[in-house]
Design a protein around this ligand. Structure first.
Ligand SMILES: [Zn+2]
Length: 373
């Protein structure tokens, strides 16, 4: 993997770059749609290719549980299994182990957990998580880290940071020894909750390990958005400018904009697809609640500015009807449109950075999504 920084905006820290992976080029800043269990919910990969995403995200924990590592190996890796040949980033599964599993016991050498599915016991070590992602064939792997909730005491978060750094040391060494670094990159994850001192200690020690890329984890876990912004603003300047920076799990247009303005390059979030399934749609003029009675006889497109398949073919009245009667097509069309919106939104932002007018674009989107919290 090779990251090339193409341009930094003249007024802000917003940057545009290119990430060359084994399965293709990723133009940054980038939004990665989430294919947790080897599928984007309600869409096909034909749709994803049509929309034009450069990279998608999948999840180590879920793939490990089902179909399992052995089956993944027999399938020849994830790309072959799901017949998608673009770049794939996999989350390490750390977050899911801590948030999904019934039992989760942390040991110094890893984390013991019960499957959320059948209660069977498993153990993830930093090395094991690299091994699993090697089998998956991830273009970008993530390290095993210890996430903390919000709120969490400083003492608890400090212990999580210590473990995260210790595991990052093991992972870095193991990855360098067992994985082809050009084919599969490994990113470290900065933890530290909402405590600047802990964030600083974590990021400084991780940067010393010289990872190919860095992620900011443990944000957007329920903290007030002021804290999210404060921590983002604080942490990014500590990250090396020549490495890609990934903000995990953040996906509302406003919070993405904020992080981009501070120099973050990569994003993923289930929010655009989740809210789509609930009938909330992003448009060039703000959020639309397609369930609303006002659209009963509104035969205009959902978004006049949107060039997507849905907006070119169907009216708000029709989309509202599909939602109300519970047709599967409602999930498909709504998801398709919201992901198309996210792609267009990121393209717009990226073009504005390359042309030194990010502030202008930021102002425009802030105006449209000003009440989007
Ligand atoms: Zn559309």
């Amino acid at each position: 993997m090779k990251f090339t920084l193409l341009h930094t905006d003249k007024d802000t820290a917003a940057r545009a770059g290119e990430l060359a992976t084994a399965h293709g080029i990723v133009r940054t800043p980038v939004f990665m749609p989430v294919a947790t269990r080897a599928a984007i919910r309600a869409l096909t990969f034909r749709d994803i290719e049509e929309i034009g995403f450069d990279i998608i995200l999948s999840n180590t924990y879920h793939l490990y549980i089902r179909p399992g590592v052995e089956n993944m190996e027999k399938a020849g890796g994830l790309h072959r299994f799901m017949n998608y040949h673009g770049p794939v980033l996999t989350d390490s599964g750390g977050f899911q182990v801590f948030s999904l599993s019934d039992l989760c016991r942390i040991h110094d050498n890893g984390v013991e957990f019960k499957s959320h599915l059948d209660g069977s016991r498993h153990f993830f070590t930093p090395e094991r998580v690299v091994d699993i992602q090697k089998v998956i064939g991830s273009d970008i792997m993530m390290v095993l880290d210890q996430c903390t909730d919000y709120p969490a005491t400083e003492k608890h978060v400090a212990a999580a940071v210590e473990r995260t750094v210790a595991w990052a040391e093991i992972s870095r060494e193991y990855w360098a020894r067992t994985v082809d670094p050009d084919a599969q990159a490994l990113f470290a994850i900065v933890q530290g909750g909402v405590y600047p001192k802990l964030r600083k200690s974590c990021v400084e020690r991780l940067v010393e390990l010289d990872y190919p890329g860095y992620a900011i984890g443990g944000l957007s876990v329920g903290e007030p958005k002021e804290l999210y912004r404060e921590i983002t603003e604080y942490i990014v300047p500590y990250l090396p400018p020549d490495k890609p920076r990934y903000m995990m799990g953040v996906g509302s247009p406003l919070e993405i904009l904020f992080a981009i303005s501070r120099g973050v390059d990569m994003f993923d979030c289930v929010m655009p697809t989740r809210i789509a399934r609930n009938g909330t749609l992003y448009t060039s003029t703000g959020r639309v609640n397609i369930k609303a009675a006002q659209y009963e006889n509104d035969y205009s497109p959902l978004d006049e500015q949107c060039g997507c398949y849905v907006c070119r073919n169907y009216s708000k009245a029709y989309l509202r009807h599909l939602f109300r009667v519970g047709e599967i097509a409602s999930l498909i069309y709504n998801t398709y449109h919201n992901l198309f919106f996210m792609k267009t939104f990121m393209d717009d932002i990226r073009a504005s950075i390359l042309e030194d007018r990010f502030s202008e674009a930021e102002k425009k989107w802030r105006y449209v999504y000003g009440s989007d919290n």
